[in-house]
Design a protein around this ligand. Structure first.
Ligand code: HEM
Length: 306
């Protein structure tokens, strides 16, 4: 038991009387007269009267220092632990002053990183809050995914081609429908480049059932007006550009400049990087041929068909 290391005047009444009965002092040996532990509530006076010569601990004789004996239920520990003399050591009792942990140069074990209280007290910012998980709706359909190009020009979505916004809008001071510096227009919904790509996969957009030989006069008549389709030739190939008009990022008016004629130079002046051949594959009408190709009178077989 560790009660025997305490001064008698610090012991509870019950223990004090017990110690007196056993006649033990703090070292466990037979003590002197029982008046040592009188229960008058006052600490014993530092007098040698009544104390045996063998008594050497300060329990019954305060030394005047501020040390307060520690109390532990484990009597062995309290008796074996050396009393700290350094005030710093006195505050930090773990690891023990003479332990291997103190003697070695090993750093202390790392603190757990995920303690917000610790990180705050260390002056560190708390970890950033995780971004909210994007609200995802049902998986997009195949057609919808086609409308969101991962690369290439962003689809221009905006008011319909014949709307008031298209007619008067845009950043151009002269009223042209060119809302950006590059002259792109706002395409009506459902007319993005990906929509066009999806449309071209649906089938033939040429407007003719068979491959045609187109003469220049024939081509000139296909202006996209008066109920006729708009044809244009690029490098000897004739395309029906009517279906592409609402999809053209440069606007219908720009594209219509090539209607009924060769559009190579116009095209190459503006965007030589555009792969028109791929884009217009299903719009291919035929090839451009000399005016009197296959005709004695210079008449066009297509004109006859109309
Ligand atoms: C059928 C033939 C044509 C196709 C397939 C086509 C296709 C395109 C494409 C894909 C763009 C967007 C380019 C980009 O974002 O980089 C574009 C823009 C444009 N196109 Fe065309 N185009 C054609 C004919 C023409 C013609 C004949 C003209 C002019 C007479 C023209 C004028 C423009 C303009 C001004 C732009 C906007 C500026 C720009 O994107 O650089 N296009 N065209």
């Amino acid at each position: 038991m560790s009660w025997n290391i305490l001064p008698q005047w610090l012991l509870p009444e019950q223990w004090r009387s017990e110690a007196q009965e056993r006649g033990l002092d703090e070292s466990g040996s037979k003590a002197g007269p029982p008046e040592l532990g009188k229960s008058d509530g006052n600490p014993p006076q530092p007098t040698k009267q009544g104390l045996p010569e063998s008594e050497s601990t300060p329990k019954a004789r305060p030394t005047g220092t501020d040390e307060v004996p520690t109390f532990s239920l484990n009597g062995h520990d309290s008796e074996e632990r050396p009393k700290p003399t350094n005030p710093v050591e006195a505050k930090s009792m773990f690891p023990a002053a003479n332990s291997a942990q103190r003697a070695s140069a090993m750093p202390p074990p790392p603190r757990p990183a995920s303690k917000p209280a610790n990180s705050t007290s260390m002056g560190l910012m708390p970890p950033p809050s995780r971004p909210a998980v994007a609200q995802r709706g049902p998986p997009p359909s195949a057609a919808a995914s086609l409308r969101a190009p991962a690369t290439g020009p962003l689809p221009n979505r905006g008011p319909p081609a014949n709307s008031q916004q298209r007619a008067s809008g845009g950043l151009s001071p002269n009223g042209a429908i060119t809302p950006n510096a590059r002259g792109k227009v706002l395409l009506s919904p459902g007319h993005s480049p990906m929509d066009w790509a999806a449309l071209t996969r649906t089938g033939n957009l040429a407007g003719v059932s068979t491959f045609q030989r187109v003469t220049p006069s024939q081509l000139r008549s296909m202006t996209g007006r008066k109920g006729k389709p708009a044809w244009s030739s690029w490098q000897g190939k004739v395309y029906n550009i009517s279906p592409y008009l609402p999809f053209h990022p440069g606007g219908e008016a720009e594209l219509m400049k090539a209607a009924g004629r060769g559009g190579t130079k116009l095209f190459m002046d503006v965007h030589p990087w555009v792969n028109w051949e791929n884009m217009l594959t299903t719009c291919l009408v035929g090839v451009l041929v000399p005016e009197n190709h296959g005709m004695g009178e210079g008449e066009s077989s297509l004109e006859d068909m109309d």
